[in-house]
Design a protein around this ligand. Structure first.
Ligand code: 13P
Ligand code: SF4
Length: 301
């Protein structure tokens, strides 16, 4: 039996379902039952019939799935796969901001630990941040942890006052403007599709800015034939699969999220066999971090 067949068989035996983010490797994407961006995956995780969720992504994603579905078993193929940005904010600063601004909404990018979510008013993803911030009654917004997404949202919602936090995604932050300029010179007809975790300089050269699903949908629906993609290289798989006639380029130094790439078929098989790496979360933390996640799902309807 191949490893893929073994996974499929065990999945049935254990009543399990596999969720995967677009940044994981192509072979892991191909074995998944559901694949998507953070927003889609957080929505789909609610109301699945299977008892066990194998989450092919980083720890904040598995945590959110567990928070929203406490009765389910959530297994992480690699317990060390973590998003560095998810830790780039702190309780003390949040409390200081709440004292400084009476009318403050703490808006928490879903790429954050449950620990941070519990001090926040609402979660957002890159797919719904603008819509949700617009819908909030608060004038003052403290946006954690990502400063790049915060600046992007602030530009779309000029009526609000933003306080920024110094977090960032190292993979998107390190994308080089010079490399993008060279890619544009090499492919003058290509449209630039960019994730809002990139820096302002990269966003300014972009034709479209959106989540990973947003980028994939844009490329599919566009009449253009060439695209320069400014996000993690895992999205190439879906882009090429869905658009055989179109060409996709990345910058010379392709952005790779080493944590997302830790997920392998062998590790999926291992957790299915052993039940190891189950996401555990205390009832108190679960209750507190559930509120901003549920508020997001409600406001993004
Ligand atoms: P999406 O919201 O597009 O899934 O992005 C998640 C992420 O980790 C980006 O680096
Ligand atoms: Fe975190 Fe960046 Fe990896 Fe996304 S690409 S999971 S934000 S480190």
């Amino acid at each position: 039996m191949t490893i893929t067949e073994e996974i499929k068989q065990l999945k049935k035996e254990k009543n399990a379902v596999i969720l995967a983010h677009y940044y994981v490797t192509p072979e892991v994407q191909d074995i998944a039952d559901y694949i998507g961006d953070s927003f889609y995956l957080s929505k789909i995780a609610v109301g699945l019939e299977e008892q066990t969720i194998v989450y092919c992504g980083v720890s904040f994603m598995g945590e959110s799935a567990k928070v929203l579905n406490p009765e389910k078993t959530v297994l992480m193929p690699d317990a060390e796969a973590d998003c560095p940005m998810a830790h780039m904010a702190d309780r003390e600063t949040i409390e200081r901001m709440r004292e400084t601004y009476e009318d403050l909404a703490v808006v928490c990018y879903i790429n954050s630990t449950a620990e941070l979510k519990q001090y926040s008013d609402v979660c957002v993803t890159s797919a719904n941040a603008v819509q949700i911030v617009k819908a909030l009654p608060n004038k003052n917004i403290f946006f954690i942890p990502d400063r790049n997404l915060a600046h992007f949202v602030a530009e779309q919602v000029p009526e609000k006052h933003f306080v920024y936090n110094e977090g960032f995604c190292p993979i998107h932050e390190e994308m080089q403007l010079e490399e993008l300029k060279r890619a544009k010179e090499a492919h003058p007809n290509a449209l630039v599709l960019t994730h809002p975790e990139c820096t302002k300089a990269i966003l300014e050269l972009s034709d479209y800015i959106g989540s990973t699903s947003g980028i994939i949908n844009y490329a599919k629906n566009s009449d253009a034939e060439e695209f320069i993609i400014c996000t993690e290289n895992g999205v190439r798989h879906k882009l090429e699969k869905e658009n055989p006639g179109k060409r996709f380029y990345f910058t010379e130094t392709e952005p790779v999220c080493a944590d997302m790439k830790k997920i392998t078929l062998e590790k999926i098989l291992h957790v299915l066999k052993t039940g190891e790496n189950e996401v555990q979360i205390s009832e108190e933390l679960r209750e507190l971090s559930k509120r901003p996640l549920e508020k997001m799902l409600e406001l993004a309807k």
